[in-house]
Each structure stands twice: as C-alpha cells, then as structure tokens.
Write a protein that binds this ligand. Structure first.
Ligand SMILES: [Zn+2]
Length: 126
C-alpha cells in the first residue's frame, strides 16, 4: 500500500491491467503482491509504503531500454531488522558492478550503471 503525503509521483506497473497512474496528495494505492512497480517522482514529496509484518520475498528488477526484456532480478527474504533501503541499495550496487547483468541477452543493449547520488542512499557491498 502506497500513501502519498505530499508531492506527486507516477507509479508504473508491469504484468498488470493498469500500466501507469499518477498519485497526488492524499492518494492511496494498493499494489498486489508480486507486481513489479516503479515509483517516479513528479514533484518532491513524502510517500509512505506499508507492507505486512511478515513481508516475505522482496526484489528489484531492471528492464532493457532497447526491447523491454527483463535484464536482471535480485530477490531476498524481507527482514524487519534491516532497513529496506539497505536491501535496495545493495541490489543496485550489485547490478551496477556487473556489466553482464546490465547487458540484454535479446538485443545487446547495455544499461548504464545506476547513479544513486541523488537518493543519498548508503554505500552497499556488492
Ligand atoms: Zn533488449
């Protein structure tokens, strides 16, 4: 469940009957479990993400800019003691460090390493 407290975002969904929608202040959106989604800020703001106490399998996936095929997916079991951002930062670091993971097996497009400086995310071990 996403809750937009300030600002605005676009939420992009994959494998869903809805592909994209905009969230403004006060909007709440339920994302079905297992639905890959991406949150892209439209205006600076605060969003809360609610998930079950026993959240289970979590993951991050990247898709090819050339042909939209899935490039790589990293998954992990949710741990309530580990900040979620630490898991996502580790997945991003791992993806950036691995050119083979960033290279599309279908069309050959190579995704650029991720620049996370704007997020201020902690440096993570690959
Ligand atoms: Zn491709």
């Amino acid at each position: 469940m996403l809750s937009q407290l300030s600002g605005a975002v676009h939420v992009y969904l994959r494998d869903s009957s809805v592909n994209r929608f905009r969230m403004d202040v006060g909007d709440h959106v339920y994302i079905p479990a297992g639905t890959p989604h991406r949150v892209v800020p439209v205006a600076e703001g605060v969003m809360l993400r609610y998930q079950p106490l026993e959240a289970g399998l979590q993951g991050a996936a990247w898709y090819c800019d050339g042909c939209d095929s899935e490039l790589r997916r990293y998954e992990w079991e949710h741990d309530n003691e580990t900040p979620a951002v630490q898991c996502y930062a580790a997945a991003c670091t791992r993806f950036s460090a691995d050119e083979a993971a960033r290279t599309c097996g279908k069309c050959g497009t190579v995704a650029a390493p991720l620049d996370l400086a704007a997020f201020g995310w902690p440096l993570a071990e690959a």
